[in-house]
Design a protein around this ligand. Structure first.
Ligand SMILES: Cc1cc2nc3c(=O)[nH]c(=O)nc-3n(C[C@H](O)[C@H](O)[C@H](O)COP(=O)(O)O)c2cc1C
Length: 209
């Protein structure tokens, strides 16, 4: 009989009554942050190649290769690199992000840290939909735990040379802010207009949505 093994949702019980959030200790006990420790031993280019070869694709709609997107970030650093994490999920009827934030928030944080190593990101912003009150609380608590365990902060990721700060930023609740240029405008504190051309976040050329 065909068997499909859940990967992304492996910590989310099929039975809604049994679902609970995997906090830091549960996450680590079930293999969490092992990939991050592995990434710390790899060269950034090798991480990008591994992710590209894995076939991992974005979940924002276009299904674009995640590794390829990471490879567009210039290797020569001229200023800080920013990572904007799109947790707006304002498309009606979409449930692709909130379950992960509800029940497996550290998987998102681990992904952020791995992306940061691969693309030399200094600061990450999780742009979260304004109406996601519960998910905001969950992410803030998980972030606090991750800082306490040395994932983020100026001490470097698990004591390494990669220093990464991460913030949760709540949107005001507008569909257009899920579009990447609108999202960047909103993140800068402006009205979330979308633009037909690439936008430079805080005048920085290096950003991934
Ligand atoms: C009007 C509009 C709304 C969008 N809303 C979202 C959204 O809520 N969440 C999302 O992940 N992508 C949304 N997108 C797609 C983003 O612009 C962008 O392509 C995506 O964040 C890239 O992420 P990915 O690499 O995971 O696919 C929207 C695009 C448009 C045009």
């Amino acid at each position: 009989m065909a068997y499909t093994e859940p990967v992304l949702t492996k910590r989310i019980d099929l039975d809604p009554a049994k679902r609970k959030t995997a906090w830091y200790d549960d996450y680590v006990a079930t293999g969490g942050y092992a990939a991050l420790r592995k990434a710390l031993e790899m060269a950034p280019n090798d991480i990008i190649k591994t992710v590209t070869d894995s076939g991992l694709r974005g979940r924002g709609g276009a299904g674009f290769s995640a590794g390829q997107k990471w490879s567009f970030i210039p290797k020569e650093k001229k200023g800080p690199h920013y990572l904007a994490v799109n947790a707006d999920e304002s498309e009606p009827g979409t449930f692709k992000d909130r379950y992960l934030m509800d029940y497996d928030p550290h998987s998102l944080l681990e992904g952020i840290a791995i992306t940061a190593i691969a693309t030399q990101v200094d600061v990450a912003y999780i742009f979260i939909r304004g109406e996601f009150h519960r998910q905001t609380k969950v992410m803030e608590r998980a972030l606090e735990e991750a800082y306490a365990h040395g994932v983020f902060g100026q001490g470097g990721i698990f004591g390494s040379k990669y220093k990464l700060e991460c913030f949760v930023h709540r949107g005001a609740g507008a569909y257009i802010c899920g579009e990447e240029t609108g999202l960047l405008e909103a993140l800068e504190g402006k009205r979330g207009w979308s633009h037909p051309v690439a936008l430079f976040f805080w005048r920085s050329a290096e950003i991934i949505c």
